[in-house]
Design a protein around this ligand. Structure first.
Ligand code: CP
Ligand code: NVA
Length: 311
């Protein structure tokens, strides 16, 4: 029987049970070890003798450092390259690149402008491919966000998460998560900046509880988690009319005060204080953004482990 390659491209590729197992394994790996040093290799060295390649078409701080550290702590090695330094930049095809890299490394992470590049790469790759952010989605980040939520507030099932700001790659991965885990996702954005309607409809058809609204007070009321992101994703043109329309969707202490008493604030970072969030929120008592950033490391380890296991 041929083994299925475990690509980690989007959360909606998972069944509910498989996704819950993945999330639990991330929690478990984080909690099962008291680390003596950041370069200490985990007892099971589950990626020993394995190599991860990372190709970046866009900048990164967290994704790059967390994946590289994760691979190190799992006992493996990583190779990082900017796509500008590859023959890809001189016209070599994605398909040929995928076939060649599959002969060198055991797993590939891609951060691309276009989501289709990740899909194209995965079709020709004989090793697992991880989506390290595309214009469509950012699944690794949402695994870290879900870990953070559950560490602070317990199981996310039956809780309320509210997204503030324009629909983007992060929103789409949150929507995918809402069809896998039984929580309510409120998306608070102006009508012209809602997330991809096909992704929302598909999730709703799968039973996801999603509310789209342009009323910030309604969206924040009783929420357990308020999450936002930059108003201009990498590659977006900054435009002042968008900034103006979004100004009432900024996360402020006033909005936080409408939420549940124990509400947590999340942001994938990098943040723009005074734009999508006030500094008194992101640097205040409800903010868990540093735990969230740390959890990128623990999430990557769970994701790498999952990819390296064959079905
Ligand atoms: N949140 C996130 O993906 O950060 P980087 O762009 O720094 O990798
Ligand atoms: N939506 C942001 C996320 C950055 C981690 C972007 O794509 O730039």
């Amino acid at each position: 029987m041929t083994e299925k390659i475990r690509h980690f491209i989007d959360l909606d590729y998972f069944s509910k049970i498989d996704f819950r197992n993945l999330l639990n394994s991330c929690h478990q790996r984080k909690n099962s070890k008291i680390r003596n040093g950041k370069a200490e290799i985990d007892d099971d060295a589950s990626a020993q003798d394995k190599i991860l390649a990372m190709i970046f078409e866009k900048p990164s701080t967290r994704t790059r450092f967390s994946f590289e550290t994760a691979m190190y702590q799992l006992g493996g090695k990583s190779i990082v390259i900017n796509s500008k330094d590859m023959q890809l930049n001189r016209g070599e095809t994605i398909s040929d690149t995928a076939k060649v890299l599959s002969r060198y490394v055991d797993i590939v992470m891609l951060r691309t402008n276009e989501h289709s590049s990740i899909l194209d790469f995965s079709v020709s790759s004989s090793v697992p491919v991880i989506n390290g952010l595309s214009d469509l989605s950012h699944p690794c980040q949402v695994v870290a966000d879900l870990m953070t939520f559950e560490e602070i507030l317990g199981p996310i099932e039956s809780k309320v998460v509210t997204w503030f700001g324009p629909g983007n790659n992060m929103t789409h991965s949150w929507i995918h998560a809402a069809s896998l885990l039984d929580f309510e996702l409120r998306i608070c954005a102006p009508g012209d900046y809602l997330p991809n309607s096909a992704i929302v409809e598909k999730a709703k058809n799968e039973g996801a509880k999603i509310l789209e609204t342009d009323d910030p007070k309604k969206a924040a009321t009783g929420s357990n988690c308020i999450v936002t992101d930059t108003w201009f994703s990498m590659g977006d043109k900054e435009d002042s009319s968008k900034r103006e329309v979004l100004s009432e969707f900024k996360v402020t202490n006033k909005l936080i005060s409408l939420a549940d008493d124990k509400v947590i604030f999340l942001h994938c970072l990098p943040a723009h204080r005074g734009e999508e969030v006030d500094s008194e929120v992101i640097d205040g008592p409800h903010s868990y953004v540093w735990d969230e950033a740390e959890n990128r490391l623990h999430a990557q380890k769970g994701i790498i482990d999952w990819c390296l296991k064959s079905n």
